[in-house]
Structure formats: structure tokens, C-alpha cells
Design a protein around this ligand. Structure first.
Ligand code: FCB
Length: 774
């Protein structure tokens, strides 16, 4: 090599770059299908229909590959994480083997003294997300932010640097306008949307990583210098538009919060509405800018639809790709990026290299690298803060639509035996790079990263409990007086301040109906909205739910260890579940099971009718009518069930039973005392009250069960049921099963008392997990 490490500034980083789909072997290790798999399987898209199924088998050979990186003296290694390897469906369930792989990969780099530089997305979009429109769908920004949290939540602490997206131009224009890459579209509306959404996703991922406490985050753009094919004004205009589309659109979005006007002239009509409002996210501050540079293009006007331009062959020497070699344009790009976009921000050349058919003595590559390192030197001389240079690529690999034919590696790969053999360029670099290592840190500063957390709230009329959820588990629970809306929001806010970071999501459960993102808290007499919670906590996702939606969710992950079995299976089967809680009122919720997932419809508990089951109960119901006539259905003897069948109802039931027994001035006793006397059999009216309570509750639960067909079990939840388990024995079960022609059906159902403390908090947490997974 013409240059050595000592020709560059102190701590200039030398690295090599790769990407997941191009080297790992995507068919292995439980990764989900991606749009590159189906693109490659469709005739005409890829040379010889080749795909990334095995590629370089890096998945199994990374330790040996990293030995090569270390032995050449590289300071850093730029790799990408495969979204579908981590989340096979793109959202929801994690492929643990995939996460473990990246975890081992990070450790393997650090053990060898190599700085891990991650790119979150290098083009293999999970197929289920492609089915939903992929980059055309605005939701991809949220899906991507969620993926970012999952993968960086696991390996982020060991990353030196991270960039969300490799080459937004390729993700959008090349893939949706030119059709050369997956998904192979040629549609301007799809393109415009993809161009905007890819930047939005970039911004959301940056925000998500800041939320995890991460630093040294950047963006990676591929730039191609556009040279007018001749001196005509039209060629100048065409080249300027090419430059706008290829280079300035993406740099402009991130660093100027604006798109170039000449691009908007043709594209604005196709951008998603409201695109102007996204620039605060798109332009979230980054710590560095990465440029991938390979070539320049000669551009001429063309008689086609917008953008009405074409590439024409140029006279310069070319690589195996047919790309002209033009190192000066790299200098121009580095200088222009500093002047027009990034100022003092560190710039890295994140990819540069060439394809060559020469598998051993690749002097052409050595020459190419020398020239481009010279171009970097020139930019440094001009005062551009270039801080590193990454060669594409470590290994010969899957060069997208060119299959395995184009070889970019410093190390040759025999795709039959997968044997690696360093080329002359590798050895030349090895001598040039001796004299390291640089003194920069290896990874994120220790202790700066924190797990992301969620906040769940159970809001009662008097007290509110706020729970801190880390890694899906409740780690802290606080009690606050509910108070006014402001006091409640202050409690949220103070917990957020104490933890020091915004929660990712907040779920607040309370008694009352939910409408348009606001819950009317009937006990606390206030209206709480999702946007208020968002403002108080900074959470990205906020939900208000009815307390019986939460109760239903409390049994979503319940196991045999957390139930008392009254009848049926020892371990609650998977399936629709019915939840009944006699507390302040009589809560009824259902967790519906379909398509492998639980769902709930936000409900408002049970307001079913209750009528006498025996002749001798008629007097009790009549007496109750004196106590609370408004709770009866018209002039019938049918009353709202929760008037008797709840913690607040038991005293009324007892009073009515006393009146029916001739005690005209019976006092109202507490539910606790009544049930104590019933258990001790010291007061016959209390015994009768308890009997009516359990048999009516059993019967109602049996009726509801027939309506819901809860193959996943029927559950009693909450403190009243838990503290009085003696109530739920034979008489209760018999009442549940007494169903006329439906008795057998009722007997076939599993029936449990849930023994979970804090079921509201547990339920809000389960709801949260499920909502985020969606
Ligand atoms: C870049 C890509 C990389 C590889 C090189 C040759 O645009 O980032 O995956 O294909 O080109």
C-alpha cells in the first residue's frame, strides 16, 4: 500500500464492512423469510437465481472470520443485524437463537480488540412486513423502532457505534423505482413513500436508542457523484436532479430537515400527506455521518416521464461491476458534505472498495484503495473531519442481484468449500495497518445504558398503584393517593423523573368506560387521556384501559402455580378465558383467543340480571327492593347482579336477608364480618347470605361460560375471592354446573380461583406486552 496508518491522524479508524444477508447464511438459525428471499426466488431478478441461504456461512464461522479482521490490524468492524433473524415475523416473538448469535458476535469482536459498529438494517425486510406494504407503510417506522429496542436492548452496551439504515437511496429508489432490489417495484408513489418512511424509521430508531441511553449514533448514506454528460444546460439540470434524488434528498432530510426543491417538483404529489411534520423526528441529532462511495455517473436528459434523465457510459477505467473509478469525487463529496450538511460532525467513509475477478493477486484492488485513501487524505488536508475508513468488504459475498459473481472481498471465498483465502490486498493492508491499536474506547461508556422500562398503573377511586416493568417483570410498585387529575399526572411524572428516562410505554387501567383514548374514571371522578399521560411521562406508546380489560389480561400468562383448581385441567389450557371478579362491583372480562393470540374488547363489567333461585329467596329480593329500588329491572323481581354479588353487595344482601327474616331494623354490617360469621356458622343469616352469594355467583358464571365458551378456563379473580376461598367449594361448583341441558357442557369447563396478587398490575403489564408486540 502507498499509505500506512502513520499517514493518517491519530485515532483514525480503519475497518472492514459486511452485511448480514450477504454473509450469514439466512436459511440457518431460525431466521424468518425476507423480501430478499422471495425476490431472489423470482426469475430474472438475480443472476442464476442465487440467494443468501448459505452465503459465506458466517453464522457458523464468525470466530474464524474475526480472527482475520484482527490479524489484518483493523480497529473496527461494520456489520449489520438481520431484522428477520431477531424477529422472524418482523414484530412480536423473538427468535432467541438469533439474539444469542448477535450477543456472541459482539463478545467475539471485543475479545479480539475490534470495535463493533452496527447497522440495524441492511436490506432484508421480514416478509410479513413486506406483505403489509413494507417501506410504503408508515407503520414501518414504529415496527423498526421496536426492532431497534429489542436488538440494542440486548447488544447495545457493546457497540462502539450504531447507524439505523444502510443506504436509504437503495432501500427506496433502487428498490421501488428502478426495481433492481427487493421488493422489485417500479412505481413512483411507492418510491416517494419509501423515501420518506425510510428516513422516518431512521429518526425513530435514533430516538429509541437515545431512550436506551446510547451514544455515537450516526446515519449512513450512499453517494454517487452526478456529472453532466455534456456542457448543455439540460444535461446540467439532469445531473442536478440526479444529485438531488440520490444524494441531497437523504442528507437534506436528516441534516437540514428539508427536501431539495428540484426533487419535490416531481415527487411531492406522491409523498404521504403530512410529510412536512416529520422532520423533527427525521432530523433527530446524530453524532456522525457515514458516506458509502463507489463511483460517479454521467447524466444526460432523456425523453421519459419524470425525472427524465439517463445514465450514459463514461470513459474512465471500470471495476468488475462496470463502475467508473473516480477517486476525486470522494474528496468532493467529503468536502461538500461538511460544507453543506454536517459542519463539525465527524465523517466516516463507511464503505469503499471494488469488485474484481482476480481471486488472489488483486493488484487492481490495492490500486483502487490507494487512490481512494489518497482522496481521503486530500479531504483531510481541506479540513474535513474524516475519522475513519471502512473497506467493503471483508469477504467475497452475495452481491445482491449479481449473486456470487462479483467479488468485493479482501479475502477470497470458495463458495463450494467455503474456504477463506486472504488476497494480496489483505496482506498489503496488514502491513500498512501495523502499529495500532488506536486509543479510542471499544464500546458504549460503561453504565450509560439502561434497560427500557414500561409503566403500568392501576387507578382506584382513592389510591393509585404505579408499577415499574423492566424486562417484562414488575420490579417496583408504588402507592399514591389518586387525587385530582393534576396530582395523578404529577405522580406519573415524578416516577419518570426518579427513574431518569422516559418509559417506552404506559398502560393505565381504571374503572370506567374508555372512548377515543380517554377513560372516564367513575370512582375517581376524572377523565384521563392517553395524550395527558404521554405529556407527563414522555412515553412513545400510551394506553388507557378499563379495569376489567386489565383483569382479563391478568390471566393471559397464568400457570398452574397461580391457581386453585375447582374443576378441570391442573394447568389452564390455552383458549378463550372468562374472568369474574366480585369486588367493588361485579367485574366480568373475557380474554378472547383467536389466531394464536389473545384479544379483548374493552368491556364494562357485568350488569346482568339476578332473580330468586328458590321460593324462600323471594322475600329477600322483595326486601332488597325497599333498600335499592333503582337497581331492579322495571317492576320485576330481577335486580342488577352486582347489587348482591360483590364486596359492596354482600352487606346489602345480608340486610335484605335479615329483613326477610323479620328483623325490621337490621343494621348494615361489613362484608368481612358477615363472611367471618358465616364461616364460623355463628349467625344463620350470615350463613344464608354466604350461601346465596356463592350459589348465585356460580350460576351466573355458568351462564356466562355457556355464552363465551371459554375453553381456556373460567377464573375468579381479586381480593374478595382470594380471601374467601372456602366459599368456592361444592355448592358453588354445583351451581356453576347446574345448567339444564347444558350441565355436561358446564362440567367440561375448567374453573379456577386466580391466586395472583396485583392482578390489575399483572393484567396491565400483559396488555402492554401484547399491545407493543402488535
Ligand atoms: C453497497 C452496499 C453493499 C454492497 C456494496 C457493493 O451499496 O451497501 O451491500 O452491495 O454496495
Amino acid at each position: 500500500m502507498k499509505y500506512t496508518r502513520s499517514d493518517f491522524p491519530k485515532d483514525f479508524l480503519f475497518g472492514v464492512a459486511t452485511s448480514a444477508y450477504q454473509i450469514e447464511g439466512h436459511a440457518q438459525g431460525g431466521a424468518g423469510k425476507t423480501h430478499w428471499d422471495s425476490f431472489a426466488a423470482s426469475p430474472g431478478n438475480v443472476v442464476r437465481n442465487e440467494n443468501g441461504d448459505l452465503a459465506c456461512d458466517h453464522l457458523n464461522r464468525f470466530p474464524q472470520d474475526f480472527d482475520l479482521v484482527r490479524d489484518a490490524g483493523f480497529d473496527s468492524y461494520r456489520f449489520s443485524t438481520s431484522w428477520a433473524r431477531v424477529l422472524p415475523e418482523g414484530r412480536g416473538p423473538v427468535n432467541q437463537a438469533g439474539l444469542d448469535y448477535y450477543d456472541r458476535l459482539a463478545d467475539a469482536l471485543l475479545e479480539r480488540g475490534i470495535r463493533p459498529c452496527a447497522t440495524l438494517y441492511h436490506w432484508e425486510l421480514p416478509s410479513p412486513l413486506a406483505d403489509l406494504g413494507g417501506w410504503r407503510n408508515r407503520d414501518i417506522a414504529s415496527w423498526f423502532a421496536d426492532f431497534t429496542e429489542v436488538i440494542m436492548g440486548r447488544i447495545g452496551d457493546r457497540m462502539y457505534s450504531v447507524a439505523p439504515i444502510n443506504e436509504p437511496w437503495c432501500v427506496s429508489w433502487l428498490s421501488h423505482f428502478e426495481g433492481h432490489h427487493a421488493p422489485g417495484m417500479r412505481d413512483i408513489r411507492a418510491t416517494a413513500r419509501a423515501m420518506h418512511h425510510v428516513l422516518l424509521a431512521h429518526g425513530r430508531a435514533i430516538e429509541a436508542m437515545r431512550g436506551l441511553g446510547m451514544s455515537n449514533l450516526g446515519a449512513v448514506f450512499n453517494l454517487e457523484w452526478a456529472e453532466p454528460a455534456d456542457d448543455s444546460p439540460d444535461a446540467g439540470k439532469a445531473a442536478d436532479l440526479y444529485d438531488g434524488i440520490y444524494n441531497r434528498f437523504f442528507l437534506g432530510g436528516v441534516f437540514k430537515k428539508a427536501y431539495p426543491q428540484n426533487v419535490l417538483d416531481g415527487l411531492e404529489a406522491h409523498l404521504p400527506s403530512g410529510w412536512q411534520d416529520d422532520f423533527d423526528t427525521i432530523g433527530a441529532p446524530v453524532d456522525w455521518c457515514g458516506l458509502n462511495y463507489y463511483t460517479r455517473k454521467l447524466i444526460a436528459p432523456a425523453d421519459t416521464a419524470w425525472p427524465s434523465l439517463e445514465e450514459v457510459p463514461g470513459p474512465l477505467p471500470k471495476t468488475q461491476m462496470g463502475w467508473e473509478i473516480e477517486p476525486d469525487a470522494l474528496t468532493r463529496f467529503l468536502t461538500r458534505t461538511m460544507h453543506d450538511f454536517t459542519g463539525d460532525l465527524p465523517i466516516y467513509v463507511t464503505e469503499n472498495g471494488m469488485a474484481s475477478p482476480e481471486r488472489q493477486q488483486d493488484d487492481d484492488r490495492i490500486d483502487y484503495l490507494n487512490k481512494h485513501l489518497g482522496a481521503v487524505q486530500n479531504a483531510l488536508d481541506d479540513g474535513v473531519p474524516v475519522r475513519g475508513y471502512f473497506i467493503w468488504s471483508l469477504l467475497d459475498n452475495y452481491e445482491w442481484s449479481f449473486g456470487y459473481e462479483k467479488r468485493f472481498g479482501l479475502v477470497d471465498v470458495d463458495f463450494d468449500t467455503l474456504e477463506r483465502t486472504p488476497k494480496a490486498s489483505y496482506n498489503a493492508l496488514k502491513s500498512a495497518l501495523s502499529g495500532g491499536p488506536v486509543s479510542l474506547p471499544m464500546a458504549q461508556p460503561a453504565g450509560t445504558m439502561h434497560e427500557h422500562w414500561n409503566l403500568v398503573a392501576d387507578i382506584g377511586g382513592t389510591n393509585t398503584r404505579l408499577g415499574v416493568i423492566s424486562n417484562g417483570q414488575l420490579t417496583d410498585l408504588r402507592k399514591y393517593p389518586t387525587g385530582s387529575l393534576q396530582e395523578l399526572l404529577d405522580a406519573f411524572h415524578s416516577l419518570r423523573d426518579e427513574i431518569g428516562t422516559d418509559p417506552r410505554a404506559v398502560v393505565a387501567a381504571g374503572a370506567g368506560p374508555v372512548k377515543d383514548g380517554t377513560i372516564r374514571l367513575t370512582n375517581a371522578h376524572l377523565d384521563l387521556s392517553e395524550s395527558d399521560i404521554g405529556k407527563a411521562t414522555g412515553a412513545q406508546h400510551t394506553f388507557v384501559i378499563n379495569d376489567f380489560t386489565a383483569a382479563a389480561w391478568s390471566v393471559a400468562e397464568i400457570t398452574g402455580d397461580h391457581v386453585e383448581v375447582l374443576q378441570g385441567a391442573e394447568t389452564p389450557p390455552v383458549g378463550t378465558r372468562l374472568v369474574v371478579g366480585p369486588g367493588t362491583g361485579l367485574g366480568v372480562g373475557a380474554l378472547l383467543y383467536s389466531q394464536g393470540r389473545y384479544h379483548t374488547a374493552s368491556g364494562e363489567g357485568g350488569h346482568v340480571g339476578l332473580s330468586p333461585r328458590h321460593e324462600d329467596e323471594v322475600e329477600v329480593f322483595k326486601a332488597a327492593r325497599h333498600i335499592a329500588p333503582e337497581c331492579f329491572f322495571d317492576d320485576s323481581l330481577v335486580l342488577e347482579a352486582e347489587m348482591f354479588l360483590s364486596g359492596t353487595g354482600i352487606p346489602i344482601l345480608h340486610q335484605a336477608a335479615s329483613m326477610a327474616a323479620g328483623q325490621t331494623d337490621a343494621p348494615r354490617r361489613s362484608a368481612k364480618d358477615i363472611l367471618q360469621d358465616a364461616l364460623a356458622e355463628s349467625d344463620p343469616i350470615a350463613v344464608k347470605t354466604a350461601h346465596m352469594f356463592k350459589t348465585h355467583l356460580g350460576a351466573i358464571m355458568g351462564d356466562l361460560a355457556v355464552a363465551y365458551m371459554p375453553t381456556g378456563g373460567v377464573f375468579l379473580v381479586g381480593g374478595v375471592a382470594e380471601k374467601n376461598r372456602w366459599l368456592f367449594k361444592d355448592a358453588f361448583r354445583d351451581a356453576f354446573n347446574a345448567g339444564g341441558r347444558f350441565s355436561d357442557l358446564r362440567r367440561s369447563m375448567s374453573l379456577y380461583v386466580s391466586e395472583q396478587d396485583e392482578f390489575g398490575i399483572v393484567g396491565a403489564n400483559n396488555f402492554c406486552k401484547s399491545a407493543l408486540a402488535r
